[in-house]
Design a protein around this ligand. Structure first.
Ligand SMILES: [Fe+2]
Ligand SMILES: [Fe+2]
Length: 133
């Protein structure tokens, strides 16, 4: 579970990324507390949101010629593939594996944010500063 301190530490200073990450964390929090009835719908929303989140970061990586695009993209692809496979299980009524996976996502996200996403944010900010108006 993410603490209030974690949440405060989420800001990377790129508004668009910060907004997306806040929503992502909101889904993780909601899923951690979700009833059996609510979990499938929320999980489906998390999958859709995460797909858009990662697609947009890929676009941003291209826009600023991010050097670690392959590594960052591979990490996104791995998580998205996991969520996609688990969504099938959830659809079949098996929530156990998805619940376990979701409970590990805050730790994954904390690490991803501190490495890949913060490197991307730093690059975007430097890129914006050096752009000719
Ligand atoms: Fe991100
Ligand atoms: Fe990312």
């Amino acid at each position: 579970m993410l603490t209030a301190t974690d949440r405060a530490g989420h800001a990377l200073g790129v508004t668009e990324m910060d907004d997306t990450h806040r929503t992502f964390v909101g889904y993780l929090d909601a899923l951690a507390k979700a009833s059996e009835a609510d979990f499938p719908g929320l999980f489906h929303q998390l999958l859709g949101h995460t797909r858009k989140h990662f697609e947009r970061e890929t676009q941003l990586m291209h826009e600023c010629s991010f050097p670690a695009i392959a590594e960052h993209g591979a990490e996104h692809a791995r998580v998205l593939a996991d969520l996609t496979h688990l969504a099938i299980r959830v659809q079949q009524g098996n929530l156990v594996m998805a619940r376990t996976y979701v409970s590990g996502l805050p730790d994954w996200f904390r690490h991803h944010l501190a490495t890949m996403d913060s490197a991307l944010a730093a690059r975007l900010k430097a890129h914006a500063t050096h752009q000719v108006p």
